[in-house]
Write a protein that binds this ligand. Structure first.
Ligand code: PRX
Length: 685
């Protein structure tokens, strides 16, 4: 197929000089792989009738099947209220509790079953198996602490800055039991990034941990809480209490002092709440469950607000039918719970189905590339879920390693970035031993759960393609003028979803206007319309649809870079660079990377009279790490004499991206300062 031409830019998009989709790799069309008969024989969904039942003319009624997987205190009156587009309201009138659905309702049949296998990074440390009964007890006690010690109630926000430990889902579920809105910040983010999120969500309580293992070292994590509280205070926001879990209960593992009256060791305070049981709070389906901050096109991350009823229904259905989770399965998603994948497909989806979900603390290649396969073998994991970056890293570090282990996956997922067909085939043949099905799931923080994927018991797989929309999701590709690009056209465009779905975020926290403009304005057919058909959701990804209806995602079309499956806003990194007093201008561009997919290169120019130096480049890099975290660290900081600019003074990132990607920068004669291009090339060497 598909000569994937770069996306043309419309007037509205002129600020975007370079995008991931424009530097997308051009893979050739691959042949199909079929799921094995043994997989189909046990799969939760094999009847093709589902595709008809979930056709657009039956929308929104078919989503009742999703909600019917949950236990409701009160059944909803209206499946979908569209009276205030695009603020869709799902399962209106229904009452529910997410914690009840993930914990209490399993006790009758599964109380003695492992809910969470916590695997410490240190290999000699024993794996902890938290049963559903134990989860119930621990969640209740911690919920009592949140309610009675912290005074938290439904609707309050709490920021969590926790590593990958069993206490993280425990804390999330305790919040959910009370209706407290949790906002978990990825533990690799800096204290400053944590502060920004605590300020925006107005969290008065911060929940953290003293320390955790990463690549063989016990990292001091508590120090980030001190930075977070101090940075929030600079923004006029007071965090009253910091709750600190201990990586080793009973022992404080951080060298950082406790602040009297503010910092509390959870295990000490919990003693008062031993044996406490709290009725789950009955909440409206549309009450928020959590906020998940993600990068966008401005300097500030935005808080995606997800609902209880719609979100939980969506992740439960997709976990059951796309992940093919049965209660007897051992399921391991290697993502971090600090990202949406972990929320939906480590915690809420699998636990709603009473599965056993693995929480692994550390890096996959520690102490060697055999680690994931040893864990899989020991726990008898049969469903495995990870990202192309992790697969590429494991393949590089130990291409023959998986064959040495006696693990057996029936199902594997890839998520977060486009996967090269070569990498897909290694995953299939070597990790899956040519037996496991693979689903390539395309979706975003905003979406709650999968948008495009094959249904593993129904569709064939095609390396490098996410597949069709999942049942109920009806994607469409528009060109810049709003024309639909038909399947097999060979043209790339902007992928959108025609219909609302229950997992979609409700709004951007405290910024509903941006929710509308960023996702719905571009292709809205009539802003006054109350008809959902006039409000396609624009994802911000470039895509092509092959003649068979499968979608291939090319990458972001906006100022967002997908680094190792993690979203970073170029504006966020540029703002961080501009906090360095010497920096006059900053521009970030995506660079193709063999392991991480894309990485950021940062170009800066200095204020007059200043000289470029290695020390200054390091200072800029350090500022990015302070403001955001090590994942945003630029591959290189290039100090340039001036930025390439148009006559109107706009920085031409396209030229910088071409230099970083060793491509031809094209015609630069229209620049105001074409002579600078050679000097930039020199500086970038
Ligand atoms: O560009 C797409 C890419 O990741 C972006 C969403 O990132 P985030 O909100 O952090 O969520 C990641 C996990 C759901 C998308 O806009 N992306 C996600 N999945 C895929 C993908 N690109 C290609 N193939 C995928 N399967």
């Amino acid at each position: 197929m598909a000569n994937n031409k770069p996306l043309r830019r419309s007037r509205k998009q002129q600020s975007v000089d370079i995008s991931e989709a424009q530097i997308a790799v051009h893979w050739r069309e691959e042949g199909y792989f079929s799921p094995r008969a043994q997989f189909i024989a046990q799969a939760n969904l094999t009847n093709k009738g589902v595709l008809k039942r979930f056709s657009l003319d039956k929308f929104p009624g078919y989503y009742e099947e999703f909600a019917d997987l949950l236990d409701w205190y009160k059944r909803w009156k209206k499946t979908l209220d569209t009276s205030n587009p695009p603020f869709w309201r799902w399962f209106v009138g229904g009452e529910i509790n997410a914690c009840y659905n993930c914990v209490d309702r399993h006790l009758a049949k599964h109380k003695n079953k492992t809910a969470i296998h916590f695997v410490p990074e240190t290999e000699h440390e024993a794996i902890q198996h938290v049963t559903y009964q134990e989860l119930y007890v621990r969640v209740n006690e911690f919920a009592a602490l949140l309610r009675d010690f912290c005074g938290l109630k439904a609707g309050d926000r709490v920021t969590l800055h926790m590593p990958m430990v069993a206490e993280l889902p425990i804390a999330m579920l305790a919040c959910a039991r009370l209706g407290v809105i949790h906002s978990q910040v990825f533990s690799g983010f800096s204290g400053k990034a944590c502060a920004d999120r605590a300020v925006d969500s107005e969290s008065r309580v911060l929940i953290t941990m003293d320390a955790y293992y990463r690549a063989g070292s016990l990292l001091d994590h508590k120090e980030k809480a001190d930075i977070a509280v101090a940075e929030a205070a600079k923004d006029g926001h007071k965090v009253d209490k910091v709750l600190i879990w201990q990586r080793y209960p009973g022992k404080y593992s951080s060298p950082t002092q406790l602040v009297a009256g503010r910092d509390f060791i959870v295990n000490d305070v919990l003693k008062q709440y031993r044996g406490k049981r709290l009725e789950p709070v009955r909440l409206p389906a549309e009450a928020p469950l959590f906020l998940m901050y993600t990068s966008g096109t401005t300097g500030r991350p935005k808080g995606c607000q997800h609902s209880i009823g719609g979100y939980l229904a969506y992740v439960t259905w997709t976990s059951k039918f796309i992940q093919d989770i049965h209660p007897e399965d051992v399921y391991w998603c290697m993502a971090d719970i600090g990202w949406i994948t972990g929320h939906s497909y480590i915690v809420y989806g699998p636990l709603a189905l009473a599965a056993s979900s693995v929480v692994y603390e550390g890096v996959p290649t520690h102490p060697d590339a055999g680690r994931p396969w040893r864990i899989a073998e020991d726990l008898d994991v049969n469903i495995f879920h990870t990202s192309p970056t992790a697969i590429r890293a494991l393949r590089r570090a130990g291409p023959e390693e998986p064959a040495k282990y006696n693990h057996h996956f029936k199902h594997m997922t890839t998520v977060g970035e486009p996967i090269e067909p070569e990498v897909w085939k290694w995953y299939y043949k070597v990790v899956g031993k040519s037996k496991a099905v693979i689903v390539d799931t395309w979706w975003q923080t905003e979406n709650g759960g999968f948008l495009c994927s094959t249904v593993p018991g129904i569709h064939k797989m095609k390396p490098g393609s996410a597949g069709p929309g999942i049942p109920g999701i009806h994607p469409v590709i528009y060109d810049d003028e709003g024309n639909e690009l038909p399947a097999g056209s060979g043209k790339a465009g902007n992928i959108c979803i025609r219909n609302p779905w229950p997992g979609g975020f409700q709004t951007i926290w405290k910024d509903p206007a941006r929710f509308v403009t960023q996702y719905y304005s571009r292709y809205c057919k009539n802003p006054k319309s109350k008809n959902w058909r006039d409000w396609p959701y624009m994802a911000g990804d470039g895509a092509v649809q092959a003649a068979d209806g499968y979608y291939r995602i090319l990458g972001r079309i906006d100022d967002v870079i997908n680094v190792a499956g993690h979203r970073l806003g170029t504006k966020e990194i540029e703002s961080a660079a501009l906090t360095v007093a010497e920096v006059a201008e900053a521009a970030v561009v995506p660079v193709a990377d063999p392991i991480k997919g894309k990485v950021p290169d940062l170009y800066v120019s200095l204020k007059p009279g200043l000289q470029a130096s290695k020390a200054l480049a390091d200072k800029v890099s350090g500022a990015v790490v302070f403001q955001i975290g090590p994942i945003a660290r630029p591959r290189t900081v290039v100090i340039v004499p001036d930025m390439p600019k148009t006559r109107s003074g706009k920085i031409m990132r396209r030229v910088l991206a071409a230099i970083s990607n060793h491509q031809d920068p094209g015609d630069v004669s229209t620049l105001a300062n074409p002579e600078v291009v050679e000097k930039i090339k020199e500086a970038a060497k």
